[in-house]
Design a protein around this ligand. Sequence first.
Ligand SMILES: *[C@@H]1O[C@H](CO)[C@@H](O)[C@H](O)[C@H]1NC(C)=O
Ligand SMILES: *[C@@H]1O[C@H](CO)[C@@H](O)[C@H](O)[C@H]1NC(C)=O
Ligand SMILES: *[C@@H]1O[C@H](CO)[C@@H](O)[C@H](O)[C@H]1NC(C)=O
Ligand SMILES: *[C@@H]1O[C@H](CO)[C@@H](O)[C@H](O)[C@H]1NC(C)=O
Ligand SMILES: *[C@@H]1O[C@H](CO)[C@@H](O)[C@H](O)[C@H]1NC(C)=O
Ligand SMILES: *[C@@H]1O[C@H](CO)[C@@H](O)[C@H](O)[C@H]1NC(C)=O
Ligand SMILES: *[C@@H]1O[C@H](CO)[C@@H](O)[C@H](O)[C@H]1NC(C)=O
Ligand SMILES: *[C@@H]1O[C@H](CO)[C@@H](O)[C@H](O)[C@H]1NC(C)=O
Length: 223
Amino acid sequence: MGRITWFFLVYCCCCMASLSMAAHSNSNLTTDQSALLALKARITSDPHNMILTNWSTTTPVCNWVGVTCAARHFRVSVLNLSYMGLTSTIPPELGNLSFLVGLSLKNNSFHGTLPPQLGHLRRLKLIHFSSNNFMGVIPSWFGSLSKLETFVLYGNQFSGPIPAAIFNLSGLEVINLSYNQLSGSIPREIRNLTKLKELYLDHNNFKEIPNEIGSLDQLERTT
Ligand SMILES: *[C@@H]1O[C@H](CO)[C@@H](O)[C@H](O)[C@H]1NC(C)=O
Ligand SMILES: *[C@@H]1O[C@H](CO)[C@@H](O)[C@H](O)[C@H]1NC(C)=O
Ligand SMILES: *[C@@H]1O[C@H](CO)[C@@H](O)[C@H](O)[C@H]1NC(C)=O
Ligand SMILES: *[C@@H]1O[C@H](CO)[C@@H](O)[C@H](O)[C@H]1NC(C)=O
Ligand SMILES: *[C@@H]1O[C@H](CO)[C@@H](O)[C@H](O)[C@H]1NC(C)=O
Ligand SMILES: *[C@@H]1O[C@H](CO)[C@@H](O)[C@H](O)[C@H]1NC(C)=O
Ligand SMILES: *[C@@H]1O[C@H](CO)[C@@H](O)[C@H](O)[C@H]1NC(C)=O
Ligand SMILES: *[C@@H]1O[C@H](CO)[C@@H](O)[C@H](O)[C@H]1NC(C)=O
């Protein structure tokens, strides 16, 4: 390879590095803070005063209750608002928490539909939305969350079929969709989920459970 070629190779690498740095500087802890403040603004009831006083811009966002930041990049990595008794909807801004790995909202009164912007959370491994009042179909953008391992929507009012896109998520280990109003048949692609250990689909309106479920080697418990 000639010198000129090398020059262009090095040059291109530098360009790409600076582009990716630029992409990162578009989003920082301030972005995460605005996303959380957008959520706070949606909360209509906080009976134990967990959030409304605590999530104050006079304290660092990583010290807010329910918020965990990753030591490596100082961005919000886990948002856990479980058992806080909150009534709220989810704002689209939550999709800006681009370093989020875990989102747990267990046992609250979150309601409404899920904004498609949540499909941008490409690092998410855990979604725990159980025991809330979410409604609507299970959106197919869940299929873009390629790192997802735990997917729990237990105890909501989700309706319609399970989107086939979910069965593209080859890292899934736990699926718990019990106690919703899901219908249709369970797609045969479910056999693609070779890492699945737990699958709960009871208390829905499904037509049939395909035989393929029996062929999931790792499966420990099914209902
Ligand atoms: C975060 O990014 C915004 C622009 O997107 C910038 O104005 C702000 O100064 C940055 N904040 C920090 C703490 O880097
Ligand atoms: C918010 O809650 C966290 C965790 O419980 C606590 O450490 C912190 O002191 C609280 N901050 C304020 C301003 O109340
Ligand atoms: C979230 O918080 C609850 C209660 O504080 C705790 O039991 C649970 O393990 C936490 N979940 C995650 C994913 O951090
Ligand atoms: C965050 O998301 C919202 C809505 O999805 C968007 O309008 C906003 O510009 C985004 N960016 C920042 C840095 O807050
Ligand atoms: C979850 O919330 C419901 C009320 O919505 C309550 O009856 C139940 O005991 C809670 N579960 C746990 C484990 O706290
Ligand atoms: C599964 O992923 C493949 C490759 O990324 C894509 O082409 C296909 O459309 C996806 N299937 C569904 C049902 O989303
Ligand atoms: C399931 O796996 C098969 C082959 O392994 C592949 O052709 C198909 O696209 C996969 N379907 C989904 C929805 O991922
Ligand atoms: C499904 O998730 C809910 C909420 O976390 C839990 O209470 C329930 O035990 C799970 N179902 C099974 C069969 O584990």
